[in-house]
Ligand binder design. Sequence first.
Ligand SMILES: Cc1ncc(COP(=O)(O)O)c(C=O)c1O
Length: 392
Amino acid sequence: MKNFSNYTDYDKKENWKIGSKLVHGALGSDPMTGAVSFPIFQTATFRFRALGDSLGFDYTRCQNPTVEELERTMAILEEGTEGFALASGMAAVMCALSVLKSKDHVILSDDIYGGTYEIAQTVLPDHNIETSFVDLSDIELFKANIKENTKMVFIETPTNPMMKVADIAEISKIAKEKGIIVAVDNTLLTPYYQKPLTLGADIVVHSGTKYLEGHNDTMAGFVVVKDKEIGDKMRAFLKYQGGCLAPLNAWLTLRGIKTLELRMQKHSENAMKVATWLRNHPKVKKVYYIGFEDHKDYQTTIKQTTGFGGMLSFEVDSKQTALKVIEKVDMILFAGSLGGVESLITYPMIVTHHEVPEEVREALGINERFLRLSVGIEDADDIIKDLEQALE
Ligand SMILES: Cc1ncc(COP(=O)(O)O)c(C=O)c1O
């Protein structure tokens, strides 16, 4: 007998394959009406039956059925115990970092997303929290940067835009021995290709604006945890800092997630074709794609992921060529962001990493000849044709 009466009992669908979990979410259909498309509960507040007697919802900043359906879906997909939906990926990053206190130290990937870099450079020091940026694809460098007061390591893997890969299991093993919390920004590969909590991480962070929602039409952010104590801190941050996800945006993200399997497979297939083509172009000096067998971190990649995703970066022969590509692309759009169905190209030096000081950017390789491509799900031949005419 199906439960047609409440929003709290949901089946964790542990024995389903991920493709089915993506389509059916947590509750899937609406338990009250049977609606196959989970409803958008577009309400700020909920009526009480009597004093102290609600139906489990009282105020949307604290709980909302559409948002809860998405949070539970994310917890199922990442194999965590609790998920938290926030208004953007940046809100999710801040939420994860909220476990830090004054005098703590946090280690972050050196070419982390520009916004996270900015938080670590400005917001955290204002709260007397020390930060170190470390190439986390080098485990010895990670070990060497651990201090007495290191409380967290914040990993982005693969990094954006240099596509460096950190060994989540190895870092987690070392961190666990020292009581360091491991947070992983899993935006680029999504739980479809990588599940950090199963590799030993404590917190997963997402910009849901990217592949999860997938259509470049809404902002969202997620945190997923497996430990109750950390979860309670995340819930308190979400509730009192107020960066909750709006019900409509939650619904759009739930809808996007249903097709994640098909989209990720197409993004990856296209990215491999485009990366391989770019690599053989005379004006392209280097292509950064984690699916290449000669990528320096390939062995780590295949140990912890089941696919390579749709992101790649490349360096051309001159600044003029880079600027010409941006100007001449036609089907590929020159825009920030990534992970949507449309192919987007960007110039990280100016668009995504302008907060990063020039000397740091140069040392990372984010120079005036460097471009990042989020390969969409159009026909790969058309993406290549567009790049061909832009590189002429
Ligand atoms: C890896 C990564 N993390 C976090 C963010 C921040 O997410 P949002 O733009 O949804 O706030 C981004 C945005 O580009 C990102 O690429």
